[in-house]
Design a protein around this ligand. Structure first.
Ligand code: PBG
Length: 345
């Protein structure tokens, strides 16, 4: 039978085609589901601080704390028992250790190195990821150092390389440059290799935007910008740009990055999608502090449903194309995935 275009349309549309048929029952929704979330996708950021027996709440991040190192074991045991594969450690150091050039960053006994050693001792199999950037260590809160009133790219890289090496020596599995200096991935790769750390991975913050959504994090690590330059626009990316993210990432990859972070996540799903289409590489969404606080704020006010909102945000990152998610909700999500499995059995 010869079909004209109208007949063809009729065959492919209502009432013969009913999209809702596949959605009617849970078994069928499972069969047609295109994206899955698993505990293997999760990376949990943990804030560490100096002192003893400290579990300090972070005001702008409900349910998130800074732990002194003697309390790290409980948090790591919790993460381990939930099956989360990796953590990302972030330090809040004492103010008197901060300096214009952030030299505490490459002290091999600094807070972050000690926390790496402790974490690897408690559970050697738990992946440990650490930022390389100077903001927790500088007294002006920038990721790099000032020279002639600007953040100097190449002088900053020298310090970042030293920071990467002390962290690798302490046992860090994955170095995550989050500073956005040009050329740092390659230089860090060389510095690591020269010291024999050729198996230490680099997960670079390939596309990191100059975002307002980092506000609560800066509170958490005490890196409020105090200099006359109160933003990071000279090194972090303009939120208006997408093609530039592809260029940034291609450079990081050519310099030896093994994995890429895109950050923030929810307002940048288009970037995750485009990067995944362009490069067949492992990419991670960082659901940043401000995204966490926004969702938590609404949950605390009973404006949004806790479980549904958090789980929906996770699947959205996966659908956009990322391989994993760095999220402060990681333990919550892992527990929820366990609950869902228990319900099935
Ligand atoms: C440090 C760094 C920041 C975040 C991760 N690493 C802050 C910044 O760049 O100002 C933000 C993470 C978050 O908001 O959860 N460079």
């Amino acid at each position: 039978m010869k079909k004209n275009s109208n007949q063809f349309l009729a065959l492919n549309s209502y009432p013969r085609v009913r999209m809702r048929r596949n959605r009617m029952q849970e078994f069928s929704r499972k069969l047609v589901r295109e994206t899955n979330l698993s505990v293997d996708d999760l990376i949990y950021p943990i804030f560490v601080t100096y002192g003893n027996n400290k579990k300090e709440p972070i005001e702008s991040m409900p349910n998130i704390y800074r732990f002194s190192l003697d309390l790290l074991d409980k948090e790591i045991d919790r993460v381990t028992s939930l099956g989360i594969p990796a953590i990302a450690l972030f330090p809040k150091i004492k103010n008197d250790l901060k300096s214009p050039c952030g030299k505490e960053s490459y002290n091999d006994k600094n807070l972050i190195c000690e926390s790496i050693r402790i974490a690897k001792k408690i559970n050697p199999e738990l992946g440990v990821i650490c930022d390389v950037a100077l903001d927790p260590f500088t007294n002006h809160g920038h990721d790099g150092i000032f020279y002639n009133d600007e953040i100097d790219n190449d002088k900053t890289i020298d310090i970042l390389c030293k920071q990467a090496v002390v962290q690798a020596a302490a046992g860090c599995d994955v170095i995550a440059p989050s500073d956005m200096m040009d050329g740092r991935v390659g230089m860090i790769r060389d510095a690591l290799d020269e010291e024999g750390f050729n198996n230490v991975q680099i997960m670079s913050y390939g596309a990191k935007y100059a975002s307002a959504f980092y506000g609560p994090f800066r509170d958490a690590v005490g890196s409020l910008l105090t200099s006359s330059t109160k933003d990071k626009k000279s090194y972090q990316m303009d939120p208006a740009n997408a093609e530039e993210a592809l260029k940034e990432i291609s450079l990081d990859l050519s310099e030896g990055a093994d994995m890429i972070i895109i950050k923030p996540a929810m307002p940048y799903l288009d970037i995750i999608y485009r990067v995944k289409q362009e490069f067949k590489i492992p990419i991670y969404a960082y659901q940043v502090s401000g995204e966490y606080s926004m969702i938590m704020g609404a949950i605390k006010n009973n404006w949004l449903d806790e479980k549904k909102t958090i789980m929906e945000s996770m699947i959205a990152f996966k659908r956009a194309g990322c391989n994993g998610i760095i999220t402060y909700f990681a333990p919550y999500v892992a527990q929820e995935l366990i609950n869902q499995k228990d319900k099935k059995n």
